[in-house]
Design a protein around this ligand. Structure first.
Ligand code: KIV
Ligand code: ZN
Length: 517
């Protein structure tokens, strides 16, 4: 069966603007390294996302480098940097995207009374002046300038129109209407987009864009209402990452338009078969688990539990499925390899899961797969994903786990003996703790002393069964910097140690970034 998508010839194109690396990264604890962002950018490009907001160049040297490198390397999508309305922000954004084949500057200022009064402390005239100056200045760097009215949905309509009119007359090519605080609802948001398009004189000269936050759980619905009423760009993020409750989820917007093309005659260019991979990558990078019942990419999105549903599915899949798992890149069967599987089968499997590894990485992954298959009878797709993501997380890190031995059980104290390679040097320590995890973390702290606070320790099983791998997420916070580490292993304590070390490594990268900024 194919999904219930409806092919009509007259579908209008909706651009997908991904902001996982900018607004998404603003989720507390979700920061990403340059290497992780480059990897994600590559996948977004393969997925045929139209515009990638790679960061906020003026916010830090790290973000600047990141936007610049993505701009230099990704030639098949537009690369965008966010900029406030100041000339220095715009200069930084312009500099960062200058090597892009197709570049965009996205500049914004608040237009709501509450933001102008309390945040900007600017009057209406000053805001309008800033709109004109920022767009005019951005146009010196690129012909593709997006202007956003921050908190548009709580702005006075006439003032919003004035600001948009100035932005268009100053050269903006995209007008974005953010529901910054996730306050609007579909009828209201769709109505606002329609009214703006009907009111603004040159509204047909620009692309109208949605940017909806999910505070009331309405981000995707609002974005679609925007499209139905004339918007032709959706700003969204993989897994709905973003400030507070997040942004509209990219995978939900894309699949809603694909599956309901009968009543929403719009199409995106996104290769939907890569949505599951993107979701897993973002979850792995950020350490944010995907809710089991999350639409499109949740573990249970295609699981049928009740007898009645299973019976219906066996008789005819469309009884309970409006799209197939294959449509979003979930393979139909997840039981795959075992310890007798060879290198070619392993490479084929990796490719079917969306991973193309170079030879050294493939060799390393294959070795790790064999080790895992020795410990675990069935190696599922989820195990392979965890294994490769884990390998990526451990690349070129300052601290690496070499060996761990833990004594646990009813007769305390629980102790851990650990060996870490720190800056190339092997070091060993032994510690006790209130439980084995505490003992392991104390031993790491003995070798790599730090003041970071453990904000989150979370264990989940990659698959089912007592031999399942455990995925552990560890979040550390230190002086305003936050880093999440993640690791998987059939031994929960080994996964815990590796996740802690991964978080420490990421925290170190953040410290360097913060120092350089
Ligand atoms: O939510 C918001 O208003 C934003 C703008 C910067 C576009 O993220
Ligand atoms: Zn936002």
């Amino acid at each position: 069966m194919t999904s219930q998508t409806h092919q009509t010839s007259a579908k209008e194109r909706v651009l997908i603007f991904d902001t996982t690396m900018r607004d998404g990264e603003q989720s507390p604890g979700a920061s990403m390294t340059i290497r992780e962002k480059l990897e994600l950018a590559e996948l977004l490009q393969e997925m045929k996302v139209d515009i990638c907001e790679a960061g906020f160049a003026a916010s830090s040297e790290g973000d600047f480098q990141c936007v610049s490198q993505i701009a230099e390397l990704m030639k098949d999508m537009t690369i965008c940097s966010l900029a406030r309305s100041t000339l220095t922000d715009i200069d930084r954004a312009g500099e960062a995207v200058k090597k892009a084949k197709s570049s965009r500057i996205h500049t914004f200022i608040s237009t709501s009374p509450v933001h102008m009064k309390h945040k900007l402390r600017m009057g209406e005239n000053a805001v309008l002046e800033a709109v004109g100056a920022s767009v005019t200045h951005s146009r010196k760097y690129t012909g593709d300038v997006e202007w956003s009215a921050e908190d548009a949905t709580r702005s006075d309509f006439d003032f919003l129109c004035k600001a948009i009119d100035i932005a268009i007359r100053s050269g903006a090519t995209v007008i974005n209407i953010p529901d910054t605080v996730g306050y609007s609802h579909p009828a209201e948001y769709g109505g606002l987009i329609r009214r703006l398009i009907e009111t603004i004189p040159d509204s047909d000269k620009v692309i109208w864009s949605t940017h909806c936050h999910n505070d009331l759980g309405l981000a995707v619905a609002n974005s679609l209402a925007g499209v139905i009423n004339g918007a032709r760009q959706i700003e969204c993020a993989v897994n709905g990452m973003g400030e507070r409750a997040g942004n509209a989820a990219l995978e939900e917007c894309v699949m809603a338009l694909k599956v309901r093309g009968d009543s929403m005659p719009y199409e995106t260019g996104v290769v939907t078969q890569k949505l599951s991979r993107a979701s897993k990558m973002v979850s792995s990078i950020t350490g944010f688990p995907v809710q089991y019942n999350k639409a499109i990419v949740g573990k249970n999105a295609f699981a049928h539990e009740s007898g009645i549903h299973q019976d219906g599915m066996l008789k005819h899949r469309e009884t309970y499925e409006i799209m197939t798992p294959e449509d979003v890149g979930v393979p139909s069967t997840s039981l795959i390899l075992g310890k007798l599987s060879g290198r070619n089968a392993f490479r084929d499997k990796l490719e079917s899961l969306g991973y193309v590894l170079d030879q050294p990485a493939l060799n390393d992954a294959f070795k790790r797969f064999k080790d895992l298959a020795d410990k675990k009878k069935h190696v599922f797709d989820e195990d392979i994903v965890a294994l490769v993501d884990d390998q990526r997380a451990g690349d070129k890190e300052r601290i690496a786990l070499k060996r761990l031995k833990v004594v646990a059980g009813t007769d305390g104290p629980q102790t851990a003996e650990i060996e870490l390679v720190i800056d190339g040097e092997l070091q060993a320590a032994q510690s006790a703790g209130n439980g084995p995890v505490d003992a392991v973390f104390n031993a790491i702290r003995a070798l790599a002393p730090h003041d970071a606070v453990l904000e989150l320790y979370q264990v989940s099983a990659v698959t089912e069964g007592t031999d399942a791998q455990a995925t552990v997420s560890v979040r550390l916070a230190d002086q305003g910097l936050v880093a999440t580490g993640k690791a998987s292993d059939p031994d929960t304590l080994v996964a815990s140690a590796r996740a802690y070390v991964h978080a420490l490594n990421k925290l170190e990268v953040r410290r360097q970034k913060a120092k350089a900024a």
